[in-house]
Design a protein around this ligand. Structure first.
Ligand code: CA
Length: 233
């Protein structure tokens, strides 16, 4: 069995927490970072998490990446329809990063700028690519990774669940190894602390989720922050 740690915090600046996260037994993990005025962001990320949970619970395992992506598409329809019916929810959306383990392989599906990382053999690596405007510029070679971190448009997403009809969902799978540590997180973590500190905490902390949140708060806590850490035995 994997060791699982999860935590979320509103941060030091915002009044509400628009992040949602959940652990679906067995060994499936979801983080979502909602956006939209008033309480719309919370509604979008909660709808994502609940729809994914319901959809997967009705589907036989293993939950391959295509099944995870189908669940995201279902949430996309639901959020779009809700936004169409209620003016106050117009324009809401959410990121979605889902990881499912079946003992041998890791499956993931992803939209937005929440992230999945893997720590394996002392190498800490981002698995997902951000669906953001600045990431597009970095890939085109028009911006360096360092410039992207402080770019004024760094929060602009190129797509979000519930915000567009034709969603493109990144999805893949790869073999799991003993000792792998997975991290799912919202950008409230990665905008506040760098990879080096995350790596150090994952390597040494007894309660890695709580310590990652604490580090993000110590660094300013400018955004909601959510993390799920999964250690594979
Ligand atoms: Ca955020």
């Amino acid at each position: 069995m994997a060791k699982i740690f999860q935590a979320t915090h509103v941060g030091k600046v915002r009044y509400n927490n628009e992040d949602s996260l959940t652990v679906i037994e067995p060994e499936t993990f979801v983080v979502a970072d909602g956006m939209g005025g008033a309480s719309a962001g919370e509604v979008a990320s909660q709808m994502l998490v609940e729809t994914v949970k319901n959809s997967l619970s009705k589907t036989p395992r293993p939950w391959h990446e295509k099944i995870l992506a189908q669940a995201i598409l279902l949430a996309n329809d639901k959020i779009l329809n809700t936004a169409r019916r209620h003016a106050e929810y117009h324009g809401m959306g959410t990121t979605a990063t889902i990881l499912s383990l079946d003992g041998e392989r890791a499956y993931f599906a992803h939209v937005g700028d929440s992230r999945l990382y893997l720590l394996r053999n002392n190498i800490f690596k981002q698995i997902t690519e951000d669906h953001s405007y600045v990431e597009t510029l970095v890939r085109r070679g028009e911006l360096t990774a360092e410039e992207a971190k402080i770019h004024p448009m760094k929060n602009v997403l190129t797509q979000a669940v519930g915000a567009i009809a034709n969603l493109y969902i990144d999805q893949a799978n790869f073999p799991v190894e003993r000792g792998d540590i997975f991290l799912l997180c919202t950008d409230g973590l990665t905008n506040m602390i760098d990879d080096e500190l995350i790596f150090k905490i994952l390597k040494t902390a007894k309660e890695p989720a709580a310590e990652l949140i604490e580090a993000a708060l110590d660094a300013g806590g400018k955004d909601n922050v959510s993390v799920i850490v999964v250690g594979v035995d």
